[in-house]
Design a protein around this ligand. Structure first.
Ligand code: 2AM
Ligand code: CA
Ligand code: CA
Ligand code: CA
Length: 261
């Protein structure tokens, strides 16, 4: 896919996301229809489903030969990353959306034969769309982002995930003690944004493909490393224990993880 083609797709996708932003804001003015999935902490709302439906309809018309993986299951069953693959998290941070009306995002990614082409994280409450990919760079709305500084773990705040901290797996407490402090936001998308902006030095969490697909592309484009916690590449067809960090902090964190497995 050449740069002109990627630019054309990017302009189109940004229009979909603008419309999806409007849809979410409009639906929030009515009472939410909330149900649980695997348990009381795993929620889905009518807004998650409508956002996914909206994006799938746009993608099907625009790119009919592609495959679509959507968290709420209205897309395809994905068995390979061959060809054009779109990955949708129609509303990331659903618990925050329900309880706080804050700290949630729309995430969308396009992969071609397993390579990340374009990624999008839309911070809806702040109305900032983070977009881009290796061919075009990364933008916060229209402003181009510079690579965050390659700082070590000690110099930065660390984005943890609640379950990992509670269980103290993989040396989580030790990682946190060796950082400037821990932050937990409850949205993978918002956590990725903080790493992209250099507001945190890294983030670790068990993530499904739709939680990491967009952030992976944006982070890699900005010189960050986004891998499984052992440093091996992510598998977009299954869950991963994901670590996204600066290069320097990755060294610090992997050392601690190795001592704690
Ligand atoms: P979601 O809101 O799209 O489900 C919360 O810590 C973060 O982890 C969110 O980004 C959330 O995404 C994601 N997550 C993944 N699996 C989850 C689960 N079983 N329950 C709650 N959040 C989950
Ligand atoms: Ca969910
Ligand atoms: Ca998610
Ligand atoms: Ca979601």
């Amino acid at each position: 896919m050449d740069k002109i083609e990627i630019g054309r797709i990017n302009q189109t996708v940004k229009k979909w996301l603008q419309a999806d932003y409007d849809l979410i804001n409009k639906m929030m003015q009515s009472k939410l229809d909330i149900s649980t999935k695997t348990g009381p902490r795993d929620l889905v709302t009518n807004v998650d489903k409508a956002s996914e439906r909206f994006l799938i309809d746009k993608i099907r018309t625009f790119d009919p030969d592609s495959k679509i993986l959507g968290e709420e299951g209205q897309g395809d069953r994905l068995t390979s990353m061959k060809g054009s693959v779109w990955i949708i998290d129609p509303l990331d941070g659903t618990m925050n959306f329900v309880k706080q009306r804050d700290h949630y995002a729309i995430m969308l990614a396009l992969y071609q034969d397993g390579q990340g082409i374009l990624g999008y994280i839309y911070d809806v409450p702040k109305n900032v769309l983070y977009s881009g990919g290796p061919a075009i760079g990364v933008f916060a709305n229209e402003q181009k982002l510079q690579n965050p500084e390659n700082v070590n773990l000690r110099s930065g705040l660390f984005g943890a995930s609640g379950p990992l901290v509670i269980e103290n797996k993989f040396g989580m407490q030790s990682i946190i003690r060796n950082s400037a402090g821990m932050r937990i936001y409850g949205s993978a998308g918002i956590e990725f944004i903080h790493v992209l902006l250099g507001k945190t030095v890294g983030y670790i969490s068990y993530l499904k493909p739709w939680d990491v697909a967009a952030g992976n592309i944006l982070a890699s484009t900005l010189g960050l490393v986004c891998t499984k916690v052992d440093g091996t590449p992510l598998d977009m067809l299954s869950s991963n224990l994901v670590l996204v960090t600066t290069e320097k902090a990755q060294q610090d964190i992997r050392k601690i993880v190795k001592e704690n497995v």
